[in-house]
Design a protein around this ligand. Structure first.
Ligand SMILES: *Cc1c(COP(=O)(O)O)cnc(C)c1O
Length: 360
């Protein structure tokens, strides 16, 4: 039986996709073997990766002057790979809006004179810094943002305006494919798969072609975007099973009507949870200011933290899992990615209302 999984990542995947994976697991398309057991150079798998890329291009409207790379090492590896590939002996600007962009900034400091262009840490990451608060370097090699902070529940709906010629680099790990994004506004987008795409171990990088010539000479080949692009993400063996599964998720999203339809569903789901928080009279609290509240990750605290354990125990009884908040912020966190159904969100809201009515 499948329960409602609110884990921040690895996270829930669409049940119908997992059923298809199960049905195809031992014998993929009559080949008498699993997709996992096939050569990555064979026609079958190259068909799978080509279709996954084509479907992702369709879904996101990726312009033809961007490469799509299917890489390994997760988003954390990109924290290092980005400066290796893009810093080009210069400086880069980082905006810190939560734990993940802070980690990206700290990692980049190992590679050069990277600048903190703005931070909302003094406000407890309750908002995104305003344009006036940013100190942007017009000579920066790039401007890095995390457009959805998975731990602090902060989502960027308005992008900062980078100085002319400074490419925007975005960690979209926890909200890629949750709504339409204008890819042409970015120089590079990256996202670990295990939040909204597929299994951990795969990371997707979408990079504008003119940025592929700036890697420092010591960049290892498997970490060099240009080398990986020249080799169709197959300089070495790619994470084949993850790419296959991601491809099925892309097809599922297209079948749902594309990212406009996905966004409508996500807006409705997030509204249910935030409404429950607001209507609780302070029993539950989300610290993020309204315009920056994430549709994917909703952290909330109980006014009385002594009730946390009871809340989680009742959640478990109702088959709701993964609600314990990140250790750095405490309380609860409901991650309501694309694959979380509205039934799951309603079950959570029922628990929240019922629990508050009894314990308030
Ligand atoms: C999960 C996450 C990461 C880290 O991903 P790993 O695959 O563990 O490296 C980085 N950034 C964001 C926004 C995330 O949500």
């Amino acid at each position: 039986m499948r329960i409602f999984n609110f884990s921040a990542g690895p996270a829930v995947l669409p049940g119908n996709v997992l059923e298809q994976v199960r049905d195809e697991l031992l014998d993929w398309h009559g080949r008498g073997m699993s997709i996992m057991e096939m050569s990555h150079r064979g026609k079958d798998f190259t068909g799978v990766i080509d279709e996954a890329e084509a479907d992702l291009r369709t879904l996101m409207g990726i312009p033809s002057n961007y490469k799509v790379l299917f890489l390994q090492g997760g988003a954390t590896q990109q924290f290092a790979q980005i400066p290796m590939n893009l810093l080009d002996g210069r400086s880069a600007d980082y905006i810190v809006t939560g734990s993940w962009s802070k980690k990206a900034y700290k990692e980049a400091l190992r590679f050069g004179a990277v600048r903190l262009a703005g931070s909302a840490e003094a406000d407890g990451f309750a908002r995104v810094p305003t344009a006036g608060e940013l100190k942007l370097d017009p000579q920066a090699a790039y401007l890095h943002v995390c457009t959805n902070e998975t731990i602090h529940g902060v989502e960027m709906f308005d992008l900062p305006v980078a100085p002319e010629g400074v490419p925007l680099v975005a960690d979209m790990s926890s909200h890629i494919l949750s709504r339409p994004m204008d890819v042409s506004r970015y120089g590079l987008i990256y996202a670990g798969a295990q939040k909204n795409i597929g299994p951990a171990g795969l990371v997707i990088v979408i990079v504008r072609e003119d940025l592929l010539c700036k890697a420092s000479a010591i960049t290892p080949s498997v970490m060099n975007y240009a080398t990986m692009a020249e080799n169709g993400s197959m300089l070495n063996t790619p994470p084949t099973f993850g790419i296959y599964l991601a491809g099925l998720v892309f097809k599922d999203l297209i079948a749902q009507g594309g990212l406009e339809a996905v966004e409508r569903a996500n807006v409705a789901k997030a509204q249910l949870v935030y409404d429950a928080i607001e209507a609780s009279g302070g029993f539950y609290r989300n610290p993020v200011q309204g315009p920056f509240r994430s549709r994917m990750n909703v952290p909330f605290t109980l006014a009385n933290p002594e009730l946390d354990a009871a809340f989680l125990a009742e959640a478990a009884e109702r088959q709701l899992s993964g609600l314990k908040g990140h250790k750095s912020v405490g309380g609860m966190r409901a991650s309501i990615y694309n694959a979380m159904t509205v039934d799951g969100v309603r079950a959570l809201v029922d628990l929240m209302q019922d629990f508050a009515a009894r314990k308030a």
